[in-house]
Design a protein around this ligand. Sequence first.
Ligand SMILES: *Cc1c(COP(=O)(O)O)cnc(C)c1O
Length: 422
Amino acid sequence: MTSPTDVEFARELDRQDELAGFREAFVIDNPELIYLDGNSLGRLPKRTVERLRVVVEQEWGGRLVRGWNDGWFESPQRVGAKIAKLIGAEPDEVIVCDSTSVNLFKLVLATLQTHPDRRQVVSDELNFPSDLYVLQSVLRLVGPEYRLDLVRSADGMSISTDAVRSTVTSGTALVALSHVTFKSGFLYNMAAVTDLVHNAGSLVLWDLCHSIGVVPIDLKAAWVDLAVGCTYKYLNGGPGSPAFIYVRRNLQDQLTNPIWGWFGRRSQFEFGLDYEAAPGVRRFQTGTPPILSLAAVEPGLDLLLEAGVNRVRAKSLRQTEYLIDLWEQLLAPLGVTLNSPRNPAQRGSHVSLGHTEGLRVARLLIEEMQVIPDFRYPDNIRFGISPLYTSFVEIREALVRFQRVLAERIYEKYPLDHPAVT
Ligand SMILES: *Cc1c(COP(=O)(O)O)cnc(C)c1O
């Protein structure tokens, strides 16, 4: 038996990996580059290159405005139906539109307007800042009698279900949480939290940005009310690709999209002077969908549906477990902390490792060591594992290089300032 730190050990894990072949489906022009930021921007699927060529040259270039009748018009729902398969929803419960932040805004305001007797919104302090800004902006619009309460984290890494329970009250209109938190990668127990929210007579909204495509999600089994998520992380839809919105079928006609536009109107091509909401999930659209970036979303989704999310999750767990084993042997002795939950049932697909020199270490890894993680304040280096293309050998190599940078203090040559985007 070799030790987990030996390259032969990692190679054997890759040989046993039934999903290894999917790596071939992605554009990897520099095989030396270890990309561990698929939780921020997924890699480019080869099929997407071909698909975009067809959409640009034949559909836009050749068909021009007739493209709307050749499939563009329905594409937000067609792609939404594929997303539905990944999250345990019905095809008519999901539509692709706008960005996650904007979709969150629409659903939060819609919920507050439908339940004006309830004046509290609950989230947590580990949530993605954009989500919190959106909640703050909605509360500013609805008035000073509303308040946002953030559930606190006892360990800076996770949120206990009991802490959520004790924050939710009979005045809670909505509990809006990220299924997997962006910094520590903490994974909520969606079913348990959704139940306790429902017991208080309130609605729940899950942001699936960091879980879709890598954690099995069953919105129907948990009877989730509302959800949003992006398509450019583990779905590999490309930078700025449009987001999705899920509204459980029986709620669709109770909620009104607060941003009225022609794509959310009943019979939009009648061009009536007054807004009437379209039936079903289409009412949550507003304006014209971004057809090019929407087209880029579909090939990545097809790859995930072929691989199967359960198999992706099984590999993700093996890989995060392996990364943590390596951390324990190579990095913990050098003062690196594990800033993600140790319990696999509470972990998404990225692992945060903490070091006081994290910023300079991350910069060095990116600029000189051909390893791309990312950095989140104050000290987290995030290693995102995207099982369709991340190999065990890459994980080992990244941590070996991380160890070298620390042991030899190579990072000290950098000043203590920081680049704008990491
Ligand atoms: C990535 C991410 C977003 C991104 O929102 P955009 O509107 O696409 O910028 C929002 N919420 C969470 C939890 C995320 O991880």
